[in-house]
Design a binder for this molecule. Sequence first.
Ligand SMILES: [Zn+2]
Length: 371
Amino acid sequence: MMGIDEKVRKTLAELGVNDAQGVESLFAELRKTAERERAELISRGAPNQPQRERFCKALRDRWLARKGGFLSQVDENWLKPAGKDLKPAVGRQFNELRRFTASLEFEKLVEALPLGSVAARPAPRDLTLPGLRRPLGSIHPVTRMQREIEDIFLSLGFWIESGPEIESTYYNFDALNIPESHPSRDDWDTLYIDSNTVLRTHTSPVQIRAMEKYGAPLYIIIPGKCYRHDNPDSTHSPMFHQIEGLAIDEDITFADLKGTLDFFAKKLFGEKVRTRFQPSFFPFTEPSGEVAVSCFVCDGQGCRVCKESGWIELMGCGMVHPQVLRNGGIDPDKYSGWAFGLGVDRFAMVKYDIHDIQLFFQGDVRFLEQF
Ligand SMILES: [Zn+2]
């Protein structure tokens, strides 16, 4: 909507006003604005005399300055160019506006504006005044990415499960078949609270908690924050976001895993992308794999987004290790399952072409406004 500042710079013809009624409502809006700005000034008060004079002069000039004040602009742009048929109406309204805005004369404002501490004095409230406009926020790109991923799995019948970020070494490591000697248990990777408690290094401990709580069959995804002893740089942050997926049922095979993740990649990046599975190793899955997707920007030709390789690494995955099922209280002779884990921040960086993970966590409105 056009503000008053803008309207007074245009002619009535440019504003599409061509009858007395239009003129009347236009001037009514102007009077209302004058009234509101005066009331806002008075209710704010002034901490001292120089400030009081400065505030009053600013409002007076805005409306009544001979050069550039609203009234002189109305005279110049509305009254003078008005056609014969509208002139009487505009003239009448203009005179009324002049009488009305006499309360914006400098001396009158100074008289009305109270001195004193602004905080100490409760502002009088006029509930008929229009509200102040507050800018709307937007959804953080990482949250947006997380919800997009969640939606795909929710549509497949998975549900969302969560767990504590301060976790025992049992759930974070032992129950997931990560032995005492594994390098990720080293202080350099893990933030320890005490010798038995860590800030969870992945969302995987919730796998065990969910198995204990629900048993099988189980179809869940686990979004959440994770923590590692990493120095912040453009691709590392000591706090980051993961989504874990877990499916446990009778007769679950690697083919189910491939089919589900291929479906997921096509939903997220477009129908034409292809997925690639390569063998890998994780202590909690056997066999384990890394999934990549053909670059959705260059379709595998090689570009900046895929670092000229044609492929974008998506996540680690695999068939849940029988010992992990056993640790969760599930019989590996009856049930089998697959799991995956992906970095939400990295997904958002790829999808929105962002080159520095730190931007997500600095809270700079200029960055966040773009989403
Ligand atoms: Zn590419």
